[in-house]
Ligand binder design. Structure first.
Ligand code: DUC
Ligand code: ZN
Ligand code: ZN
Length: 470
């Protein structure tokens, strides 16, 4: 009988803190050994010249197709990905786990919302999943009983919006939620934009006839995000609890976070591919083409891109996520919703990117010499695992960990084509971008999901992972 189920031989094993030439053996879905001359296996795969990394963990994705609640953009718009297509595309991007949101509707308990989202995910996922809870209606019962019980059950991260009608929480409500999180060791993720300022600017732009997609940027300028980031940090400081500021797009917002970190506060931060390689100019493309790039916060300018790189290099950002929030372009239930031609206000906010997150950071970061492969692993996998309660089961290749693995060819040159991403959308905002480095195979608990660029995994093989906090 063979010693192991699988041995990957001849590659370089990359973790967040080490890089070694070694073989990796898998048994019963776990990493069993790393070293040389490991023994026999039922299958031995030669991965010479490849980087063997922990599978990507994307801790910020929206997969709500089929949700009766049409998260988060109202009844006229449909999200392009559900759990099947979203996790399939994630696997093509080297990911083995994604963390979508469960959105509470007003008047709904969180358990009711969770039942609906679990029903959508069950039996459909190619990767593992775990939910964050978006709190929109923080009733005394939710804060006092439901959330504490749910944290115990492993739903240990919440998200709040400071903007969006019907979803934004007032400061007092955020304080109450932060206090629950502090007492139960949960993490609150915050979408930081000033809602009043956005509504004021949007109304003004519309009165002036500035309604094309590019004005989405003008309706949410940098101070809108900076002010809300400052306020979010202050609220967390008042309560004395940790927070995660998601999808940071610019230097002034980042500096708020940097100052908080320097003062010793646990203010964690995330940035995303769109803030490294897109700009406001993309939203100025002809006709409605600009709608393809409308997301919030909006893409900024090249100086902001440089600031995001500084934040990555200096460790201000601990996680790099996609904020995959896909809407089909050529679709009246997507980016071309008829009202969107009257005003950018109605264009759904969000862009796809679950498969391209890794390749963009690898190419722009590792291949261009800005970060090393270990930092890449930290930003795309290990730090997500540590922050969201998955470590050491996930985010690391070490004996006993799940054998969730991405095999990267660091020298493969590719042109990003939507046709190669296998999501449910009909475009990629990164179409035509040249990248160096590509995930050629992805394994979930030792089983190939994507093998040499082909889907071989089983829909439904992905599991739900509870994340109780220590
Ligand atoms: N915020 C997100 O986190 N995702 C998509 C839209 C938004 O505003
Ligand atoms: Zn957000
Ligand atoms: Zn998001």
């Amino acid at each position: 009988m063979a010693d192991f189920d699988l041995i990957l031989t001849g590659g370089t094993i990359v973790n967040a803190d080490s890089m070694v030439r070694a073989d990796l053996a898998v048994r019963d879905g776990l990493v069993a050994a790393i070293g040389h001359d490991l023994g026999t296996a039922r299958e031995v795969v030669d991965v010479a010249g490849k980087l063997i990394m922990p599978g990507g963990i994307d801790s910020h994705v929206h997969l709500a197709q089929g949700s009766p609640f049409r998260e988060p953009h109202g009844p006229k718009v449909v999200m392009a990905d559900g759990f099947e297509s979203g996790t399939r595309s994630a696997a093509f991007g080297g990911n083995t786990m994604v963390m979508p949101f469960c959105l509470q509707q007003h008047g709904q308990t969180m358990r009711e919302a969770l039942a609906a989202y679990h029903a959508l995910a069950e039996g459909n996922c190619y990767t593992d999943t775990s939910f964050h809870l978006i709190v929109t209606d923080p009733t005394p019962a939710l804060l006092g009983q439901e959330l504490p019980a749910l944290v115990e059950e492993g739903y240990s991260s919440f998200k709040v919006f400071m903007t969006y009608e019907g979803m934004a929480l007032a400061d007092r409500q955020i304080l109450e939620l932060l206090d629950v999180a502090r007492r139960h060791n949960a993490l609150v993720m915050i979408h930081a934009e000033n809602d009043d300022a956005i509504r004021f600017l949007t109304d003004k732009l519309e009165r002036e006839g500035r309604v094309a997609p590019v004005y989405h940027g003008a309706s949410r300028p940098i101070p809108v995000e900076r002010e809300a980031t400052h306020r979010a940090v202050s609220l967390a400081e008042i309560v004395d609890t940790k927070i995660m500021i998601v999808h940071v797009s610019n230097r002034p917002a980042m500096e708020e976070i940097e100052r908080a970190q320097a003062r010793g506060l646990t203010v964690l931060a995330e940035t995303c591919p769109q803030y490294l390689v897109l700009t406001e100019q993309d939203m100025a493309r002809a006709g409605m083409e600009g709608a393809k790039y409308v997301c919030s916060p909006p893409p900024r300018d090249t100086a902001s891109q440089e600031a995001m790189w500084e934040g990555i290099e200096q460790g201000i950002f601990s996680v790099f996520s996609s904020d995959h929030c896909p809407f089909r372009y050529a679709d009246v239930e997507g980016k071309l919703v008829p009202e969107g031609r009257d005003s950018f206000r109605h264009v759904p906010n969000g862009i796809p990117g679950i498969a391209t997150r890794g390749p963009i950071l690898f190419s722009e970061g590792v291949s261009k010499g800005r970060i090393d492969p270990m930092r890449f692993v930290a930003l795309t996998s290990t730090n997500h695992s540590r922050i969201y309660g998955l470590y050491p089961r996930k985010g690391v290749l070490a004996p006993g960990a799940d054998a969730d693995i991405a095999v990267w060819d660091p020298s493969q040159r590719r042109t990003i084509r939507h046709a190669d991403l296998f999501d449910g959308c009909d475009y990629s905002p990164y179409e035509g971008m040249e990248v160096t480095g590509w995930p050629v195979s992805t394994l979930l608990r030792g089983q190939f999901v994507v093998r040499d660029g082909a889907l071989v995994g089983q829909r439904g093989a992905g599991r739900y992972i509870a994340r109780p906090m220590a």
